[in-house]
Design a binder for this molecule. Structure first.
Ligand code: AFP
Length: 337
């Protein structure tokens, strides 16, 4: 299955064959997500030409100003996936409530949670952005799925993925059997398997955190970053590199490629709201992918995938990446001294 060069569609169909009773619903849904991501890739690449890279006059459910492409990318997901008959409902970063499937369309067995355009504050400076998605099973006998249907732990995810719209457009996917990267061949219009069975190195010398928040950090993060900055002269006895793209998809993709640790921890500014990143459509899908690639993902106190969600848009602290470094940060949270 992991032959480089096969299309996303071939990979999905071959994955389905491992489940003789499969209905084909998930395969159809994944292909439709691939089409939506290709459409968004096209919009992102042309945003400077089309004049769509700027802000809309609106704010999202988080009260954050929306880019026109945030709204258009959201619309593409809803229009591309609503009619297919694979979904029972959707939730989006851009909309407060559950998005129901119109009664004129058949309803499927899956729930989709997505961030249509993560990192969109980078659009006007031409830095990589992306789409993130998480697929859950709709609880049985739920005819009209509401918020409760989505409040499942990350361990219940059937599939998770993200697309990076960067120098190359790459879709990264896990179905619970490893992590695989597909590069968009624009000449053919297909995602091609280029990075099968991605694995995150256990060790790293590269960390990603927004250093401007340093004065707000709790002591475990202060201790860890301080040791990284002390480099070869300090207890770690090696020098570290810092990267901060401010686009989670770009950070996670880099970590999948060469290791690293990404931190968006709780701090004094965001303690009240629980963190910066959203659990259902950012932290959970990225944690599923990172763990499937041999990494770890934690709030510092708990494994993210085991958190029991209480709200659709709840935020959590995120520390993910190379297992040796995340394990060290967990230890520092357990024994801050
Ligand atoms: P935007 O989608 O508003 O650009 O936020 C991106 C993001 O959710 C995540 O992708 C980044 O890692 C993080 O926020 C960057 O946060 P800071 O802007 O506080 O560094």
């Amino acid at each position: 299955m992991s032959t480089i060069g096969k299309t996303l569609n071939q990979f999905i169909i071959e994955s389905q064959r491992a489940f003789p009773d499969a209905s084909g619903d998930l395969s159809g849904l994944l292909n439709d997500i691939g089409v939506a991501c290709k459409q968004i890739a096209h919009l992102v690449t042309r945003s400077g030409i089309s004049g769509l890279g700027g802000y809309a006059e609106t704010h999202n459910v988080q009260g954050e100003p929306q880019k026109q492409l945030d709204i258009l990318s959201h619309d593409i997901f809803v229009q591309q996936l609503g009619w297919t008959g694979h979904l029972a409902a959707m939730i989006s970063e851009e909309i407060e409530d559950v998005i129901s499937i119109p009664t004129r369309y058949p309803r499927g067995q899956y729930l989709l949670a997505f961030d249509p355009l993560d990192g969109s504050s980078n659009l006007d400076v031409n830095v990589s952005v992306g789409s993130i998605f998480s697929i859950l099973r709709c609880p049985d006998s739920t005819t009209q799925p509401g918020m409760k249907a989505f409040l499942q732990p990350g361990t219940a995810q059937v599939c998770a993925g993200f697309t990076v719209y960067g120098p190359a457009t790459v879709l990264v996917l896990t179905l619970g059997n490893g992590v695989h990267g597909f590069t968009l061949d624009r000449d053919v219009g297909e995602f091609i398997l280029t990075h099968p069975n991605l694995r995150i190195p256990q060790q790293t010398a590269e960390f990603a955190i927004n250093m401007s928040n340093q004065r707000h950090w709790d002591s475990p993060v202060e201790k860890y970053i301080g040791e990284c900055l002390a480099g070869a002269d300090g207890v770690r006895e090696k020098n570290f590199n810092l990267r901060w793209v401010a686009s989670m998809v770009a950070e996670v993709y880099r970590i999948l490629m060469r290791g690293g640790v990404f931190l968006y921890p709780i701090d004094e500014r965001i303690r009240q709201q629980g963190g910066r990143l959203r659990l259902l459509y950012e932290a959970n899908p990225m944690s599923f992918i990172v763990e499937q690639a041999g990494g770890l993902s934690s709030t510092g106190e708990q494994r993210i995938l085991e958190l029991m969600p209480t709200e659709l848009h709840q935020r959590v602290p995120v520390i993910l990446g190379s297992s040796a470094e995340v394990a060290r940060l967990i230890r520092y949270h357990q024994k801050p001294e």
